[in-house]
Write a protein of this length. Structure first.
Length: 225
């Protein structure tokens, strides 16, 4: 029964996600979500007592997916078991101490995966919704804290590993992570957010990412000229 309840809840979140992205927060109604689910509004309210709460849960789930994508890639990049990485940072240091990985290649691969994700139409719609709703409630703040802020902190912890390794110079890792995010987004995010022009082809997209990482490493690479 518990599994069935969780499956139903997830189904509601998936449908609500679609409706909010399609219609926006104001025009979305619980009636519309219930109709698309093929169930009663009473059942829907049994899981989520209000549209506001349902929207917050949709945004939280989206932010968590964003964060988990980052965590999964970075954990794979340093070749450690995710649980070991999160709970025993000292084990991570020892794992990567003698690794032959190149920081430029890792950051460019990460940049491509990360930017490909946040430039997706569905992510862009959620981002617009978070901004729209942030003027009326704490939903935008919750989305930022669970998703972008948590992801940036995770990147900061990752960059600290390479500062310790000597591949990046010693610096404030949180500032470095914020600057990496800003450089990755600089030529791409707003263009996609505002639907300006045609999407870049794959080669151009990768060139933009490569230029962003090169600029970051000009500042932070330990062996820079």
């Amino acid at each position: 029964m518990r599994r069935k309840t969780e499956m139903k809840r997830n189904a509601i979140l998936r449908v609500a996600h679609e409706v909010f992205c399609e219609m926006g927060y104001e025009k979305t109604s619980m009636n519309e979500i219930a109709a698309r689910l093929g169930g009663s509004k009473t059942t829907l309210y049994g899981y989520f007592p209000s549209k506001k709460l349902l929207f917050q849960e949709v945004m939280s789930a989206a932010a968590n997916r964003n964060r988990d994508e980052i965590v999964t890639y970075l954990d794979q990049s340093v070749e450690v078991i995710p649980e070991g990485y999160r709970h025993r940072m000292e084990a991570v240091f020892s794992e990567v101490e003698n690794s032959p990985m190149d920081i430029a290649a890792i950051l460019k691969n990460f940049g491509e995966k990360f930017m490909s994700m946040i430039c997706l139409p569905e992510f862009q719609e959620l981002y617009r919704l978070a901004v729209e709703e942030s003027g009326r409630s704490q939903t935008g703040s919750v989305f930022y804290e669970i998703g972008p802020l948590t992801g940036r902190k995770r990147i900061a912890a990752f960059l600290e590993l390479f500062m310790k390794r000597g591949q990046l110079r010693q610096a404030d890792a949180d500032v470095a992570a914020a600057q990496l995010f800003a450089l990755l987004r600089a030529e791409l995010f707003e263009r996609y957010l505002f639907r300006y022009g045609e999407p870049f082809d794959t080669d151009t997209f990768r060139q933009k990412i490569g230029a962003a990482v090169d600029a970051f490493l000009m500042i932070y690479r330990a062996d820079k000229p």
